[in-house]
Design a protein around this ligand. Structure first.
Ligand code: PMP
Length: 406
């Protein structure tokens, strides 16, 4: 029986869309930042080269048009992540700023001495340090949820740890080191069960999984545009409308006020209240184009493509007895590994000589490195432009590492 091969079954072959990836270069560092497809580059070029003007202020047509385009990008983001309303989308510089915004305007305002925050052992520093700053200000205490043996956030442990003193749970949707995927719905149910809010760091998830914040039932969701094939300098904080409305401003300045006088200043409602100053206008337009690009491919297809690459890479590396693999087998697009007796930086340097770009280091996750008992890992991470040839180049490179180090 032969089944019709549908468009969705065909392997992705999109590297030609990415002008900064030359032939024969295996770019395996998408978890750090994704390369940009032509439609994103063209949207940015068109915005600066043809349609550019400021937003929200101009009385002339060009500025009114740019304002419409900027707000259309906000609507596009809202639809992309299943937000209830576009006013729940705050444009920020990136996930780091999104999390700091919540830490300063929600946690540092709401938390009292003795309140507790639950994080996990695998968080990126940007989902740790902002909470430490808020805890220092408020006297709140941070608890750390451990991981399962295969490198997932252990939600059974979280269930045992959570108490009514917990006001916030902040967890990564996908680990930037291990690729492990969080069961966000269960995390939300656990957090809400004790009256806590759930913030999800979606940096590694939005380009790899279909995300619907309403279905996930979280309270805050943060991500960066540049890991979603969009520009740097633009990111998103989504929060439930009621939470945003109760939060004081993040920064003061133009565009976030209703009226200003030395006697009394009043603020605009969200999201404008959190977007002081001239925003990254062109960044928002580039992000819009990036979302159009990934949705035209389909997140389910991207996920299947990257899962196949992960399976292939883990199988090939697993056959080399000098390689130790970290993380679960069903990781979303990310494989961390170590080569026995060789520092990950040396692995990365030798791979680079063979035109394979991986990341080596602590990946801004030093507490996770401590839990794994290593100073650093080598990490290969995949995007829509990768294919079997990249895995072959990675395997060749590691065989070379093995030869050089004997
Ligand atoms: N969280 C995770 C899981 C990440 O991978 C990253 C980026 N490495 C961040 C947060 C921070 O993102 P940005 O540096 O773009 O603000």
């Amino acid at each position: 029986v032969t089944e019709a091969v549908t468009e969705a079954d065909r392997p992705l072959d999109l590297v030609a869309d990415f002008p900064a990836i030359p032939a024969g270069w295996a770019y395996l560092d998408t978890a750090a930042t994704a390369q940009k497809p032509r439609p994103v580059i063209e949207a940015i070029t068109r915005a600066y080269g043809e349609t550019y003007a400021t937003v929200h202020r101009g009385v002339y047509q060009r500025s009114a048009d740019m304002t419409l385009a900027y707000e259309a990008a906000r609507r596009r983001v809202a639809r992309f992540i299943g937000a209830g309303a576009e006013s729940e989308i705050v444009f920020v510089r990136g996930a780091t700023e999104a999390i700091n915004l919540v830490a300063q305007c929600w946690a540092a305002v709401q938390l009292k001495p003795g309140d507790r925050i639950l994080l996990s052992q695998l968080e990126h520093h940007s989902n740790i340090v902002p909470w430490q700053l808020a805890a220092e200000k408020t006297g709140a205490v941070i608890d750390v949820c451990p991981l399962t043996a295969d490198g997932r956030i252990d939600l059974d442990a979280a269930e045992r740890m959570l108490t009514p003193a917990h006001k916030l749970v902040a967890l990564a949707h996908v680990s930037n080191v291990l690729g492990s995927v969080l069961d966000v719905r269960r995390a939300a149910a656990l957090a809400h069960g004790v009256g806590a809010k759930l913030l999800v760091d979606g940096c590694q998830a939005v380009a790899r999984l279909a995300v619907d914040v309403t279905a996930l039932d979280c309270d805050f969701y943060a991500f960066s545009g540049h890991k979603l094939y969009g520009p740097t300098g633009i990111g998103v904080l989504w929060a439930r409308a009621a939470l945003l409305e109760a939060m004081p401003p993040y920064q003061g300045g133009g565009s976030m006020i209703d009226t200003v006088s030395f006697a009394r200043t009043t603020y605009l409602p969200a999201p404008a209240r959190f977007e002081a100053g001239t925003p990254h206008i062109v960044g928002a337009l580039g992000l819009h184009a990036a979302i159009d690009y990934v949705e035209a491919i389909g997140l389910d297809r991207i996920h299947a493509h990257e899962s196949a690459l992960v399976a292939e890479a883990r199988a090939a590396l697993g056959r080399m007895n000098i390689v130790r693999l970290f993380g679960p087998a069903d990781s979303a697009g990310i494989v961390s590994f170590a080569v026995e007796g060789v520092h990950p930086h040396d692995v990365g340097t030798i791979l680079d000589e063979g035109r394979v770009a991986i990341r080596a280091g602590h990946h801004c996750a030093q507490p996770l490195m401590a839990a794994l008992g290593v100073p650093a890992t080598a990490r290969a991470s995949f995007g829509v432009y990768n294919g079997p040839a990249d895995i072959a180049a990675l395997v060749d490179g590691i065989e070379r590492v093995a030869r050089i180090f004997g």
